[in-house]
Write a protein that binds this ligand. Structure first.
Ligand code: AMP
Length: 213
């Protein structure tokens, strides 16, 4: 079976959980350029992808299992997936943030928002009765209000240091975020005998990880 994993922060933390579950790639994914990584003593292999591509691979059955952020799952809302386990890693918050002291933009009828979470931002502002003009960006969101591209951003925040270093502050939290195990619905039914033991091992590993945190 194949497990699709988001590269970056999620991969680093997921590898610790995988190791506790006895899922160990034969080569170190952080040093190798290999994109398909067979695992020791098993028929499992990891595929390392951009976060937003993980649900697509799993929903279309190119990977039976996947690990990605709940932010990605909420934004993409792809059908055909089960989400049986919160891995409780790569935890952060999805927030609306902007220049310190300028939270009044949350009360204006129209607001310009830079984000890669266009759907979540639209829904958040629509629920407040505000019209959001979204500017889709792919990185360095914090720059947008400073450069005059947007009034505020909807983005992930962990320690808040990046916001602070750029004179920004969080105005409101939209959601608490963590990484989730996702399973293709077809694989869940057809390969139940293979999926269940892996799920059980990962569940134990998550519990052990929390005890040692
Ligand atoms: P921080 O300065 O610790 O608040 O981190 C903020 C930066 O890290 C922002 O650019 C975020 O997009 C990114 N970030 C924070 N948490 C995560 C996460 N769990 N996964 C991916 N990126 C994150």
């Amino acid at each position: 079976m194949r497990i699709a994993v988001s590269k970056g922060r999620i991969l680093q933390e997921a590898l610790e959980i995988f190791a506790r579950a006895g899922i160990v790639p034969e080569v170190d994914p952080e040093r190798s350029r290999q994109l398909i990584l067979p695992c020791r003593d098993s028929d499992l292999e990891l595929v390392i992808l951009r976060a937003a591509d993980v649900p697509t691979y799993v929903a279309l059955g190119a990977a039976e299992l996947g690990v990605t952020g709940s932010d990605v799952l909420m934004e993409s809302r792809i059908a055909g997936l089960y989400e049986p386990l919160d891995l409780n890693i790569a935890r952060c918050r999805l927030v609306v943030a902007g220049p310190a002291g300028a939270a009044a933009c949350l009360t204006r009828p129209r607001v310009r928002v830079a984000t890669k979470y266009v759907r979540l931002a639209q829904e958040f502002f629509a629920a407040r009765g505000q019209q959001a003009i979204t500017v889709k960006l792919y990185g360095s969101m914090e720059l947008a209000p400073l450069a005059g591209l947007a009034d505020c951003i909807v983005d992930l925040v962990d320690t808040g240091k990046t916001l602070e270093a750029n004179g920004l502050e969080s105005y409101q939290t939209l959601a608490a975020i963590s990484s989730r195990l996702i399973v293709n619905r077809g694989a869940w039914k057809l390969h139940h005998d293979q999926v269940m033991p892996v799920l059980a091992r990962l569940r134990h590993a998550v519990e052990a990880n929390q005890e040692h945190a």
